[in-house]
Design a protein around this ligand. Structure first.
Ligand SMILES: Nc1ncnc2c1ncn2[C@@H]1O[C@H](COP(=O)(O)OP(=O)(O)O)[C@@H](O)[C@H]1O
Ligand SMILES: [Mg+2]
Length: 256
């Protein structure tokens, strides 16, 4: 197994005159939850699309599960599960039909796929709704179906763009518990969030993104200690570590 699940070396990406990412370096460990934390437009989704080979970087190198993403995006996608910010599901399929279809695409044998779908539907409290058309599902239900779809082939790397948005508190709890369980099984989880509290509660390591750059990185606990503020919130720590004033607007955007 390669040392790291995800490695970014000097990754930059430009859309027209906008640099979505500038010289991004990342190292994500197996069996950990890595958070990309930043306000809207800071480059989180672009970083995740680059991880999947959906978008190619203009500069730098990206290695996922030991595979260069630009060279072999298909192999990376087989290894990884991805839930985009706004998942596109098929409205005219039922939840069950959709999951069965995705399982087939990933080559999960029918019996295994049925078992896994059943297990997840129960865990996510979707049992009884699986034969309804996706069209009628709430945002939270769609979010959960997309997550189940991403997990059916048992990926070793899970990439989740704003995974808790649109979920009610109970579902958010279920997802958090699930992510912690997957992490304990050795899965590398990369998630993006614009909410400091989520990063603080869920992530082993956090990269703070701003304007396409990583402006701070570390374990929430370590960062607190380094700053000599053991009992404080991540917000206070980052204000101190990064000099405060000029970052206040970033922090405000993150806590909105
Ligand atoms: N496909 C695209 N075309 C043009 N600009 C894009 C595209 N994707 C992202 N951008 C721009 O790149 C920057 C970073 O966007 P994004 O990665 O979506 O940030 P985040 O997920 O942190 O909100 C933004 O300025 C955004 O407008
Ligand atoms: Mg985004």
């Amino acid at each position: 197994m390669p040392d790291y699940a995800v490695v970014f070396d000097g990754v930059s990406k430009r859309f027209g005159s906008v640099w979505a990412l500038r010289g991004l370096d990342l190292r994500v460990r197996w069996g950990s939850i890595y958070g990309l934390l930043g306000p809207n437009g800071s480059g989180k989704s672009t970083a995740m699309r680059i991880m999947l080979g959906v978008v190619d970087p203009d500069e730098g190198r990206v290695v996922v599960g030991g595979v260069d993403v630009v060279e072999d995006p298909i192999r990376v996608r087989r290894m990884a599960g991805y839930v985009p910010e706004t998942p596109h599901l098929y409205d005219y399929l039922t939840g069950l039909e959709y999951l069965d279809f995705i399982g087939e695409v990933y080559g999960v044998p029918p019996r295994v796929r049925r078992e896994r779908v059943e297990e997840f539907l129960k865990a996510f409290e979707l049992k009884g709704r699986e034969n309804e058309l996706i069209q009628g599902y709430s945002r939270g239900m769609r979010q959960k179906i997309a997550l189940i779809a991403a997990l059916l082939h048992r990926p070793r790397i899970l990439i989740l763009d704003e995974p808790l948005s649109g979920l009610d508190p109970k579902s958010a709890r279920l997802v958090k518990d699930l992510l912690n369980r997957l992490k304990d099984e050795g899965v590398a989880i990369i998630l993006s969030t614009h909410i400091l509290e989520i990063a603080d509660a869920l992530c082993d390591e956090v990269a703070i993104m701003y304007g396409g750059r990583k402006i701070a990185e570390g374990r929430p606990g370590e960062l607190r200690e380094e700053a000599g503020m053991p009992g404080s919130t991540l917000e206070e720590v980052f204000l101190k570590l990064t000099g405060g004033e000029d970052l206040r607007s970033v922090i405000e955007a993150l806590t909105k």
